[in-house]
Design a protein around this ligand. Structure first.
Ligand SMILES: Cc1cc2nc3c(=O)[nH]c(=O)nc-3n(C[C@H](O)[C@H](O)[C@H](O)COP(=O)(O)OP(=O)(O)OC[C@H]3O[C@@H](n4cnc5c(N)ncnc54)[C@H](O)[C@@H]3O)c2cc1C
Length: 386
């Protein structure tokens, strides 16, 4: 057991940290205020080589592991978790292609992501079905050598800026066998695809969230991922690989909350002394530190399991569950430490608090993570002594 990052990983971490200090922290509040997609920052991140780090070398990528991606994304989340979300949703979008795509699909849709700043969205959720992924209604019907897609997706990150989407559709009726969903790669400029204006949100305002409407969209059979009926499994395997990154978002947010809390606790005086001298303030800081350190262990462990080819859904869910809770707790208590100033809009902790809540919702709510973890333990999938 070794808790150290390698030299390369430490260099990568430092590179991202410098980028966040210089390019993100001074500029991101303004993007957030305007609810604007930070194209300029994204372009710089792409040029610096810190996007899509997990794309395979075969297709022009860096071929790094999930732990490397988590290192990058944790640092970006210290600067802005909305930026981290929009950067890393590519990973959620390209994972189904890595898992189930054939050589031609990978060449056509993965390589361009390494050559130019491009985005790919993961389109599973619908207005009628989020947690209940097997209950989606967007349909794909086979017609000759094509499928015709009709229906809508909802809450799709980056849909307005993405060039293509991995779309999960219903191709059969028997939902209980979970063999009724099929995934397709759909290009945004195909006839019948429409992305309405982005939604207004509590937080994550630099990251666009949109619906996607499909009206008689013709998709060639070559764009089907895996076989008909494999969509549900592809989506679940994708989440196993993507959920540790949400743990990393949570760690980054909590680290930012801790940083601003320490700064304020040193500066602010009450009863003639800096508030850092009050033991109840020290308790809040201590809880943040414990949460961050515990979330790091779980998130890095879940990531290493995937890098070693032993994905562990229980660990991935634990990492997401804990990381998002730690972020919610830390950002809430950061406001408490900042007192009345924390409640105003022109301070850094207010944005952290607004941004944190979504971590307990997207990519499976906290309740869904608890159900996965509980079921795995009760059915012998998770073994505590392993
Ligand atoms: C900013 C943002 C970005 C998103 N990006 C994407 C994206 O890129 N792609 C995508 O496909 N989706 C995306 N989503 C959708 C997200 O994954 C869903 O919102 C989430 O899975 C929850 O689904 P729901 O909103 O339909 O809630 P529901 O499923 O309706 O759940 C409502 C409540 O009931 C609880 N609940 C549901 N079922 C159970 C149960 N069996 N037991 C106990 N409690 C239960 C939930 O935990 C929740 O508290 C995004 C959402 C947001 C807010």
């Amino acid at each position: 057991m070794d808790f150290e990052f390698t030299e390369e990983q430490l260099k990568l971490k430092e590179k991202v940290k410098n980028f966040v200090d210089e390019e993100v922290i001074p500029k991101i509040a303004e993007y957030d205020r305007k609810e604007e997609f930070p194209w300029e920052i994204m372009k710089k991140a792409f040029d610096l080589g810190i996007m899509n780090v997990r794309l395979p070398k075969e297709y022009g990528g860096k071929g790094l592991g999930l732990l490397d991606e988590v290192i990058v994304i944790e640092e970006v989340a210290v600067g802005c978790v909305g930026l981290a979300t929009s950067m890393n949703v590519n990973s959620l979008g390209f994972e189904p292609i890595i898992l189930a795509g054939n050589k031609e699909q990978k060449e056509k849709y993965l390589r361009p992501l390494t050559e130019k700043l491009k985005f790919v969205s993961f389109a599973l959720s619908e207005y009628v079905a989020g947690s209940d992924a097997a209950g989606i209604q967007c349909k794909a019907e086979k017609k000759g050598d094509k499928y015709i897609i009709n229906g809508s997706k909802f809450w799709i990150t980056n849909a307005s800026v993405s060039d293509y989407f991995v779309v999960f559709t219903k191709t059969g009726e028997d939902r209980w066998k979970k063999k009724h969903l099929t995934a397709f790669i759909v290009e945004k400029d195909w006839e019948g695809v429409k992305v309405p204006p982005k939604m207004k949100k509590l937080g994550l305002r630099v990251s666009p969230t949109c619906a996607i409407n499909f009206k008689n969209v013709e998709v060639p059979i070559e764009n089907m991922l895996g076989s008909e009926g494999e969509g549900f499994q592809i989506a679940m395997d994708t989440f196993n690989a993507s959920r540790p990154a949400i743990g990393a978002f949570g760690i980054g947010l909590a680290r930012a909350a801790l940083k601003y809390s320490i700064k304020y606790a040193n500066e602010r005086k009450a009863f003639t002394t800096p508030i850092k001298n009050f033991q109840l303030i020290q308790k809040l800081i201590a809880e943040m530190v414990v949460g961050i350190e515990a979330a790091k262990l779980l998130t890095y462990k879940a990531s290493v399991a995937i890098d070693k080819g032993k994905p562990n859904g229980t660990l991935s869910s634990c990492a997401k569950l804990l990381g998002s809770k730690v972020a919610s707790d830390a950002t809430r208590e950061a406001i408490q430490i900042w007192g009345g100033r924390g409640f105003l809009s022109n301070n850094p902790v207010e944005k952290l608090y607004r941004d944190a809540k979504v971590l307990e919702i997207y990519e499976g709510t906290s309740q869904i993570q608890e159900i996965i973890i509980g079921n795995n333990a009760l059915n012998g999938i998770y073994k505590p002594d392993r």
